[in-house]
Design a protein around this ligand. Structure first.
Ligand code: HEC
Length: 138
């Protein structure tokens, strides 16, 4: 081999090495993106399940019904995103009596006499957030 041939071989080797390295890291990136998306979907799904599970576990369904369809004791819980932001809903769950001036609630008071929506101040705000997230999807 002449010197020139040696140089050519060295460059070729380097080129190949970089090419292979490049394609390996690219594949890893794509793999990560897929995994991240997958994890995000899983956590979104589990958030909804968590919210509903918490609502059942906390006993909201005793008054609001097993499908939150409403009972003689409490109103149906749907279309809540018409009335509530996430923060307002969390605050409401923590302190329902502070909202009883709202006109909509006059009707509730007449219809569900003697039943008051309990305050859930003792529940972790994060869990209330999960419940609110779930309620706002309905
Ligand atoms: C003891 C029965 C009872 C329980 C248990 C109960 N609620 Fe209520 N809830 C009511 C009543 C009654 C109202 C109607 C408003 C009022 O009278 O204060 C109401 C109103 C609401 C509203 C307002 C509805 C609207 O139209 O904006 C939401 C939201 C709500 N409840 C969510 C919950 C959640 C979430 C839980 C469980 C963490 C729960 N409630 C547990 C009785 C109950």
């Amino acid at each position: 081999m002449t010197n020139a041939q040696k140089w050519m071989a060295a460059f070729l080797g380097l080129f190949l090495f970089l090419f292979v390295l490049g394609s390996i890291t690219k594949k890893e990136d794509a793999g990560n993106a897929v995994t991240e998306k997958y994890m995000e979907e899983i956590s979104q799904a589990s958030q909804e399940i968590d919210g509903l599970a918490l609502i059942k576990q906390t006993g909201c369904i005793t008054c609001h019904g097993s499908e939150l369809q409403g009972t003689k004791m409490a109103p149906e819980l749907k279309d809540l995103k018409k009335y509530w932001t996430r923060d307002a809903l969390i605050n409401y769950l923590r302190n329902p009596s502070s909202y009883s001036d709202d006109a909509r609630f006059d009707e509730y008071r007449a219809k569900y006499k003697n039943i008051v929506m309990p305050s859930y101040r003792n529940i972790d705000v994060k869990d209330l957030g999960k419940m609110a997230d779930y309620l706002l999807t309905k």
